[in-house]
Every structure is written in C-alpha cells, then in structure tokens.
Write a protein that binds this ligand. Structure first.
Ligand SMILES: *Cc1c(COP(=O)(O)O)cnc(C)c1O
Length: 426
C-alpha cells in the first residue's frame, strides 16, 4: 500500500472500495461463486487465472483481511486460517513431508509444543528443540541433511523469552533454511520480524489482532524474500511441478507469493481450514484499532509489573520490560516501544497460594485466554500446559507456581486495586 504508516494500514490496507461500493469490508457469506463460461471456471481451477470459486480455498472477505495483515508485517502476501494452530501446521507442512526435520526454540505455546512433539512426529516430521537463547553455533549444530526450517516465537507464550531473531535468521540462512517466527504476542505494532531477517511470520489472530475474544483464527505471512530456488532439491514442493495442478511450479509461476499460493491452492484445498467470512470480518474490526490497543496493553502491563515487583507477597515477576529481567536487553532491541501485555509471576506460598489469589480476583477473570481487551489470569501448569510432564514443563519454561496475567485495557488503577485486594488472601 502507498507507503502509508502502520496506523493508516490498520484501517485501510486490504480493501479499497470503488465508486458506490460499501465503505466497510463486506462479508461475502457465500460458499461458491458464479461464472458465465465453463472455460473461465476451468482456468480458475488450473490456477491460470486469479478468482474465487469455492470458499474452502479462498474468499474475498478473508483475502482482504489477510492482505491487511501482510501489509502490517511488510510481507508480500498472506492467508488466513481457521486457527493459529492451523496456521502453524500449514506453514510447516507447506515445505515438510514425512522424513523431514526442523529445529525449534523450545520456549513455545503449549499447543505448538504438542503439535511439534506429538502430532507432527506421528506424521513422520521430527523436531529438535534447542534453548531459546541458543547462539549461532548451537543452532547450526542442530541442522541435519533433512532439516527444512528453523522456528521460534518472538515472545514465547507463556515463558516470555524473546527470540534473538537476527541471530536465528543468520544461522538459518547460512545453512540455506528459512526462519519461521510466531509473532502472535508482539503483533506488528511492537515488532516486525521481517525487518530482522525472518522469512515467514505466523499469527494466532485470536489474541491481540482480534483483541475482543470473539473469533479463533490464524494467519501466515510470507516476506517474499527467501530464495527457494537456491535450494531446489530441499524445497521440491515449491520448485518442482505440482502434479495435482497439471504441472504448476509455484516459484516459477507465482514468484514472491509462491509459498502463500501453495498453502492456499494445495493445503487449503486438501485439508480445509479456511475461516468463516464472518470471523474474518470480526478480526478486521479488531485490526482497525490494533495500533491504539496494543500500546495501552504495553503501558498497563509495565505499571502492573512494577506494582507486583514491589509487593511483599509476590516472590518473582517476569516481564521483559523490567530492568534486570533476563530478557531486558533483547526487549530493548526488538521491542523498543513496549512489550506485550502478558506477564507472569509467582506468589509467596507456591501452587496453593496461587490458587487462593486467583479465586479472590473480582475484575480479572480466570480464562483460558490471553491478549484480550479484558484482564484475565491463568495457571499454566493446571490449564494450558496440563498435558506436559514436569520435565516438559521445565523445557517449555513453565514453573508450577506461575500465574500468567494478561493485562487488559481497563483503567490501570482498577486493575492494580483488584490485584492488591486478591493478594491479601495469599
Ligand atoms: C494461542 C497461540 C497459538 C494458537 O492459536 P489458536 O488461535 O488458539 O489456535 C499459537 N501461538 C501462540 C504464541 C499463541 O499464543
């Protein structure tokens, strides 16, 4: 889009109505699209012409929202999926098949950890977890002949490790591999991983992008910069003919949007995970105020972190924006305008005290959610990460006394008063 600022793109990117057309992005609530000739419909199916024919593959409302997110990230193209999990799965399976391998920073969202360590393994795709603070040599040492990509979360949920994107990108690129980054927590308002060398960005749009806890969704964005053709054997699915499309070669025929076109035309076609157009519409409403909400989340979270740090009943606080935090240096580099509104802490008295505290909250709600406009809390060890063994919890960076607090955009004094009164029950 014409070099508009991020703020303007939050409102305008992706949808440009013509004369007399609806000002607000229309919800194209239709499974199918009508054509006058069999010939034209045939060209669409052969990917020789761009257009819509069935919402399982693509839909105008969803495409407009994907284009907006791609503009916000500074990418060449994007695609929406029905959930963040689907976005991660499709992004990986777009270049991996049975027998392949990838490398991931171990500090991950619980669902991603299970996807990688259990479900992808069953499908024959193996992963090596490396420490999130690995240096270039450690990353490179994990590369095998069948490795296809390196993966990490910009700000890990819930461990809050910050990925040194530049180091990971350099190590990956030196080995001819793309870096995939889950940028769910910062959103492009706080960090744009492509500017630091990432190649594919993934989002659970369920979090800040939607922002109001209405719709589960995901998005994959491609920077358009990774040269798949430089390693034609490694990325055969992109560089060689797709028999299911009469010999389409994605890199040859679609250039910078090869990766996204393959996800859409092949994986969405075969596995089916497109969001409802109505959900894409709701996501778009959230995106229109993303640039206003995310900085307020960051500001409130820092105030809460400072309050907790000074409270006698709080044993530890993890917030990358706090001076002295292990991630403070990386947060200054990658998140100079503030950190996501999610922080974690422990209360004096461990697991049981944590439960008493949570049950005494009035304003903050216990919810399996983060990055909502409303403040919410969760106990990862008994909720999101419940399936993980003590050892796996440790690898994922989750302590059993950890309370995860997602700071909302309510009045900061109300949030702090609520935490204060609940801490008196500890
Ligand atoms: C929530 C989340 C996911 C999963 O997304 P869903 O939309 O719930 O499927 C993936 N990564 C991160 C960092 C998340 O916070």
């Amino acid at each position: 889009m014409d070099n508009y600022s991020l703020e303007t793109n939050c409102l305008h990117a992706g949808y440009h109505p013509g004369n007399g057309e609806p000002r607000v992005l229309p919800i194209t609530q239709s499974t199918t699209f009508k054509y006058d000739s069999t010939e034209q419909m045939g060209r669409l199916f052969a990917l020789q012409e761009a257009g819509y024919f069935y919402t399982r593959l693509a839909n105008p409302t969803c495409d407009a929202v994907a284009a907006k997110i791609a503009a916000l990230e500074g990418g060449a193209g994007g695609v929406l999926t029905a959930s963040g999990q689907a976005a991660i799965f499709f992004a990986i399976m777009n270049i991996c098949e049975s027998g392949d391998h990838f490398i991931s920073a171990s500090a991950l969202y619980g669902g991603t950890f299970n996807l990688f360590s259990v479900t992808l393994k069953k499908m024959g795709v193996s992963v090596t977890f490396i420490p999130p603070d690995s240096d270039e040599d450690t990353i490179k040492a994990a590369v095998k002949p069948n490795t296809k990509l390196v993966y990490g979360e910009t700000v890990a949920n819930p461990a809050l490790n910050i990925l040194d994107i530049e180091t990971f990108a350099k190590a990956a690129h030196d080995c001819g591999l793309p870096l995939f980054v889950d940028n769910t927590f910062p959103t492009p308002v706080l960090c744009r991983p492509f500017e630091w060398g990432a190649d594919i960005v993934i989002h659970s749009t369920t979090k800040y992008m939607d922002g109001h806890a209405t719709s589960v969704g995901g998005c994959i964005v491609d920077s358009g910069r990774f040269d798949w053709n430089a390693y034609p054997e490694r990325f055969r699915g992109l560089t060689q003919a797709d028999d299911s499309y009469h010999g389409v070669v994605y890199t040859r025929d679609f250039g910078k949007v090869a990766f996204i076109t393959k996800v859409t035309a092949q994986l969405m076609r075969d596995l089916g995970s497109s969001p409802a157009p109505m959900n894409a519409f709701l996501l778009n409403l959230g995106l229109e105020t993303l640039h206003l909400r995310v900085p307020r989340h960051a500001q409130n979270a820092l105030a809460v972190a400072i309050f907790l740090k000074n409270h006698p009943k709080v044993s530890w606080v993890k917030c990358p924006a706090l001076e002295g935090d292990t991630q403070y240096g990386l947060s200054c580099k990658y998140l100079p305008n503030g950190v996501p509104g999610v922080l974690s802490f422990g209360v004096v008295g461990g697991r049981e005290a944590a439960v008493s505290f949570m049950d005494a909250l009035h304003l903050a709600s216990i919810a399996t959610h983060v990055c909502d406009a409303r403040t919410c809390v969760l106990h990862p060890a008994s909720h999101t990460h419940r399936q993980l063994s003590e050892e796996a919890l440790e690898i994922a960076g989750v302590r059993s006394d950890m309370i995860r607090l997602s700071v909302g955009i309510e009045g900061i004094n109300d949030i702090i008063c609520d935490l204060d009164q609940a801490l008196s029950f500890v």
